[in-house]
Design a protein around this ligand. Structure first.
Ligand code: AQP
Length: 339
């Protein structure tokens, strides 16, 4: 039996994956896959919590899986799969719904933010974190590497797990820890550094750097980035400097340099224009090999499907028995085979 720590994390195919998703989450998944037992999921059921175009959703789901592989997720080390391919997730969510107080869900910041933007709010949006809790705990995951915006949901998952354990069986669920990276945990929009970079806003030109953007589009987005009226290129907590700080944070996370090295790289800059071009250049260079691998994967759909089918089988082999145990301790009659 493996003694590796088990990791679960997910990403929604709700639009074009951006640099915030990469630096906040995907980078950690790739870096951890040698020491950890990784389960990484394209959470298509989660993306249905807000309206989606079916044709676009189907494309984005496969495209996102290809981006993850192109970013370094190795299917020999990581179980990569599509959430809806493993029925335990939706069933586990229902069972956890029945132990989750409504008030806990109504307090979630993401629910409040996203519901304020919808004309009509579906039940799924409120239930989003319970499905996430099922995702994580069906795998007995110890760690959940996510960006800062997901910390509240992982904390809620812990509360739901503890409540379930208290009601039914102490230590049934492993209570997972969120893992937030030191750099890139919260990238802000280039067009508005007070708002988190987000897939659902990425259709606005210049908001996000999407991993599949052409170099000239990336350069254009950075050149239009909102900064301030000053000239100083330094890390700072000053809210007025949030735009410059965001650009420096991106440069730092992509290059892996320390703060003083980053500032030294821009010591001779003539102003924010040089900063913007300098950040764009490292990002373009960084993304180029990933973009080439992505194209090759999308040209071979049968291979992509094969990888995802193996991932779903491996994931089901772990989560279906856990679901069965859950049902049993909750008092459900388990089906017996008719043959
Ligand atoms: N701006 C960000 N900076 C750092 N990390 C981020 N993440 C998201 N935005 C940033 C992290 O990316 C992972 C996958 O996110 P998700 O697909 O589950 O959904 P999200 O958090 O709601 O991300 P988006 O891009 O804002 O999507 P939409 O617009 O569809 O809601 C998570 O680990 C997240 O923390």
């Amino acid at each position: 039996m493996t003694t590796k720590k088990r990791v679960f994390s997910g990403i929604q195919p709700s639009g074009n994956i951006h640099l915030g998703n990469y630096l906040g989450a995907v980078k950690q998944w790739v870096e951890g896959q040698d020491e950890k037992e990784n389960f990484i999921c394209v959470v298509d059921l989660h993306s249905l919590t807000v309206p989606q175009d079916p044709v676009e959703l189907r494309f984005q789901t496969r495209s996102l899986a290809a981006v993850l592989l192109a970013s370094g997720i190795d299917p020999d080390k990581t179980t990569l799969f599509i959430q809806s391919h493993v029925t335990a997730h939706a069933e586990g969510c229902w069972l956890l719904n029945c132990v989750t107080p409504l008030g806990w869900l109504q307090r979630m910041t993401q629910f409040k933010d996203k519901s304020a933007k919808q004309e009509s709010v579906g039940m799924g949006l409120l239930d989003y974190p319970v499905l996430q809790a099922a995702d994580i705990m069906l795998y007995d995951a110890h760690e959940v590497p996510v960006g800062e915006d997901q910390k509240q949901h992982v904390e809620l998952c812990r509360d739901i797990g503890q409540r379930f354990n208290h009601i039914y069986e102490e230590e049934f669920f492993i209570i997972p820890e969120p893992k937030i990276p030191q750099d890139g945990a919260r990238l802000m929009g280039l067009d508005d550094p007070t708002v988190k970079m987000s897939k659902s806003l990425a259709y606005t030109r210049g908001h996000a750097v999407r991993l599949l953007d052409e170099p000239k589009e990336i350069l254009r987005s950075f050149k239009k980035a909102v900064t301030d009226s000053g000239r100083e290129i330094r890390f700072s907590d000053d809210p007025e400097k949030a735009g410059v700080n965001n650009l420096l944070g991106i440069y730092k996370a992509v290059t892996g340099k320390a703060n003083d090295e980053v500032e030294a790289d821009f010591a001779n800059a003539r102003g924010y224009g040089d900063l913007k071009v300098g950040v764009a250049e490292v990002v373009i260079e960084f993304l180029a090999p990933m973009q080439a691998r992505y194209k090759a994967l999308m040209d071979d759909p049968a291979e992509l499907d094969r990888i995802l089918a193996i991932g779903a089988e491996q994931a089901a082999a772990v989560s279906m028995p856990k679901l069965r145990q859950m049902k049993e301790i909750m008092g459900l009659v388990l089906p017996v085979s008719s043959d």
